[in-house]
Unconditional design. Structure first.
Length: 331
């Protein structure tokens, strides 16, 4: 049976995403700081490696998530790092960003670089490098190359974070539209979702899949797309659907290793969030999952997808600014 034609709205979203930042992204290049701050990449790498070595289970996921959340709001411009001020609630204080971590690593790298090369290296590039270096730690080599030359944004809005960042409860149609608005396609959606192979999820973000809203004494109503035995384990760990303290691994069986096991879990009905299970609801997305269970293929495709994401909506040249402090726009 032929697939229905895409809706006019989705086509407009795809077009807008494809056009947004295209010219600016072309100005990014490898070793951008070699003439102006030769030590830039080494400084970030040394700081990230030292911190990840002390916290290998949690920090890589936090730094990768920070990069993802930054790029999905106004592009990869470090707007996620800005602190709220009187009259403006910034991105980091929006609900989806409440559990972000790793910001202190970015602060440390920026402070060192400002001492070495003041006013040269953007916070946006530090975020991009830190994500790569954190994930690469377990491999002992760079998993992907990072093109540099991003500049920092001067606007940060919590409301924009709420409307742009994909939610753990999103269905496939919503996920596809949010990714398309950034110039990312279904393949990018499936592959970047593989980042859930590391990190944890808090119970309140998936509790509705486990517990019925009916009165006490009625057996819990489980999302039928969720593996029953896995659901039982999650209910025991969480206790209630509103538990926002307890967190569980997003990739049971391989929670601290960046690998293809996320897709193995998906095929077994062990995707933690509705947004994970949603990948099986679309024939295009579901058709990609078997090949991605092969680790070499996943790592190669992730490299391509994360580099593409890193070019979303970037500011270059005379756009934006180079912040002196990643937490505040220059005055």
């Amino acid at each position: 049976m032929a697939r229905p034609a895409p809706s006019p709205l989705l086509l407009l979203v795809v077009l807008a995403g494809a056009l947004a930042g295209g010219g600016e992204a072309a100005l990014l290049k490898a070793h951008f700081y070699r003439p102006s701050c030769p030590a830039a990449e080494a400084v970030v790498r040394d700081i990230v490696v030292a911190r990840v070595a002390a916290d290998p289970a949690a920090l890589p996921a936090r730094l990768l998530r920070l990069f993802f959340h930054d790029c999905f709001v106004r592009g990869c411009d470090a707007s996620v790092l800005v602190d709220s001020m009187a009259g403006n609630t910034a991105e980091k204080d929006a609900g989806p960003n409440g559990s972000l971590g790793g910001l202190d690593v970015i602060d440390t790298a920026k402070a060192v670089l400002e001492a070495v090369c003041p006013g040269v290296v953007s916070c946006a590039d530090i975020v991009a490098l830190a994500a790569r270096d954190a994930i690469s730690f377990q491999f002992g080599r760079d998993l992907w190359d990072v093109q540099l030359g991003r500049r920092d944004g001067v606007v940060s809005s919590a409301s924009e974070a709420l409307s742009n960042i994909p939610s753990p409860s999103d269905n496939f149609t919503t996920l596809e539209a949010k990714f398309a608005s950034k110039g990312l396609d279904v393949k990018d959606l499936v592959i970047l979702s593989g980042a859930h192979t590391i990190g944890v999820g808090h119970c309140n973000l998936f509790g509705s899949r486990l517990f019925s809203s009916t009165t006490t004494g009625v057996a819990p109503a489980t999302d039928p797309t969720l593996n029953a035995a896995y659901a039982t384990q999650l209910r025991a760990a969480c206790g209630s659907p509103s538990n926002n303290v307890t967190a569980v691994p997003m990739d049971p069986g391989s929670p601290a290793r960046f690998d293809s096991h996320y897709y193995v879990n998906l095929k077994l009905g062990r995707g933690l969030f509705r947004s994970d299970a949603a990948l099986l609801a679309d024939s295009r997305a579901a058709g990609m999952i078997h090949a991605l269970t092969k680790e070499g293929y996943f790592l190669q495709e992730f490299k391509n997808a994360v580099r593409k994401m890193g070019r979303v909506g970037v500011l270059t040249g005379g756009q934006g600014e180079i912040r002196r402090n990643c937490r505040a726009v220059n005055s």
